[in-house]
Design a protein around this ligand. Structure first.
Ligand code: GLC
Length: 429
């Protein structure tokens, strides 16, 4: 079967009537940024589903504009996932929807640029206009609750908010949580039973306890504030790069829809001005997160270091310098979630080395915007070939030699299917 048809099959299999689950069994609910990527894929298959997917996601939006990272639509699956809907207990906040359980943290704000793509595809403008207001409210929430001083940059309070769960970027902030503080935590992990080689491909129990410690503290604070000594307060260049790209899309789209976009332009200017100050390492020509607690950059070369390309932040000359290492060797696929020479690299372990299709898609799109079509073509072809060879998995070994190259994590993974479908359907000219 052609790869495009396999991708469509996965999208159909994971479609649950109003939304798409990321992967059967492993992720049985609706996930935030997954849904954005999945909507893009559906533009090449069932465009109507793309709008419905976004509406289902925003049905979980809180009254104050907050958009959770998991929407637990299907009650019959509650017990099959950990941490469960009851563990999150979104009801601690009066802002949460009364009739739908959600998590209490968010994920990268892809929705602005996704919505612009939906509008370019000619989907129902009234429904797009309603979604525009919801996405705007979410951006307002981000600035109101998470903006660092008046930088136009917003903080994340949990590694899961980055979408790159166990990236080595988060090791220093997470290691602030001491073993004593973790003694009370009971793990009931389900993920490790759903994937092969879970010991080497998923986060360790100790990592997971730290993730839960953060959730517990956030829940105690109704998910709206953090105590002064909260260990995880980070500015992430991926989250903020995506925020800026989405803001640009909202400004363009808002003009067409007759919305007020002045406040968005102001935030865009502030964020753009602050970006290099907080994230750029001039010597390495790479972007790194800024740890607000330790007041330093977390310098590990990761695929996330390249996402500012998607937001159009670096100069063309810098983008060319950033790509040079990948042009000069063929043993490593672009773009490993942690560079093999980086501290903490593990070739099979989730966000500590493997290649993820959504990161490659974002970088590919960015390169197209810089009119670097040869470079873009290279990323696209390598991504498509990787998925063709190893299957529609969640993540992939970064080494190109056949012995170690394989797919890991969830099989039939929706955003891999959706974004490869998008790559197949678009020419690079
Ligand atoms: C993993 C990924 C996250 C994704 C989720 C559902 O937790 O790290 O980015 O949203 O799975 O696919």
């Amino acid at each position: 079967m052609e790869l495009a048809d396999q991708c469509i099959q996965v999208l159909d299999k994971n479609w649950k009537g109003r939304f798409t689950i990321p992967s059967p069994r492993l992720y049985p609910f609706q996930w935030n940024w997954d849904s954005g990527f999945i909507a893009l894929g559906n533009l090449h298959h069932k465009p109507e589903r793309a709008l419905t997917e976004m509406e289902a996601l925003f049905s979980g939006q809180w009254k104050n504009g907050f958009l959770p990272h998991i929407i637990f639509h299907n009650a019959e699956k509650y017990s099959s996932y950990f941490p469960s809907a009851d563990y999150w207990n979104s009801g601690v906040s009066e802002e949460a929807p009364a009739d739908l359980k959600t998590s209490g943290i968010t994920q990268p704000p892809v929705h602005g640029f996704i919505l612009e793509e939906l509008s370019k595809a000619g989907l129902d403008i009234l429904r797009i206009s309603e979604l525009f207001d919801k996405v705007s409210a979410y951006h307002q929430w981000l600035y109101q609750y998470r903006e660092h001083e008046s930088t136009g940059l917003v903080a994340i309070w949990h590694n899961w908010e980055s979408g790159m769960d166990n990236s080595p970027w988060w090791d220093i902030p997470l290691e602030r949580i001491t073993l004593d503080e973790l003694e009370y935590i009971q793990l009931e992990r389900k993920d490790v039973h759903e994937v092969k080689e879970s010991e080497s491909t998923r986060p360790k129990d100790l990592d997971y306890k730290r993730y839960l410690y953060l959730v517990d503290t956030l829940r105690d604070n109704k998910y709206t504030e953090v105590p002064d000594d909260f260990p995880f307060q980070v500015l992430d260049p991926v989250f903020n790069g995506i925020l800026l790209a989405s803001t640009k899309s909202l400004i363009r789209l808002g003009k067409v829809l007759n919305k007020d976009t002045d406040w968005l332009s102001q935030k865009l200017n502030q964020g753009t001005e602050s970006f290099d100050v907080y994230f750029l390492d001039d010597e390495q020509d790479l972007y790194f997160p800024y740890d607000l607690v330790g007041r330093e950059k977390l310098k590990q070369p990761c695929s996330g270091s390249y996402i500012p390309i998607f937001a159009g932040i670096p100069s063309l000359a810098r983008v060319q310098r950033m790509l040079k290492p990948y042009r000069e060797q063929t043993q490593i696929r672009p773009f490993p979630s942690c560079h093999p020479e980086g501290v903490g690299f593990e070739q099979k372990n989730y966000w500590r080395g493997p290649v993820w299709v959504n990161m490659n898609w974002l970088i590919w799109k960015g390169l197209l915007n810089y009119h670097l079509s040869d470079e873009a073509e290279l990323v696209k072809n390598q991504t498509i070939e990787m998925v063709k060879e190893y299957g529609i998995y969640e993540y992939f070994n970064p080494f190109t030699d056949n012995q170690s190259g394989t797919g890991y994590g969830g099989a039939d993974f929706s955003w891999t299917a959706a974004l490869v479908l998008d790559m197949i359907n678009k020419t690079t000219s």
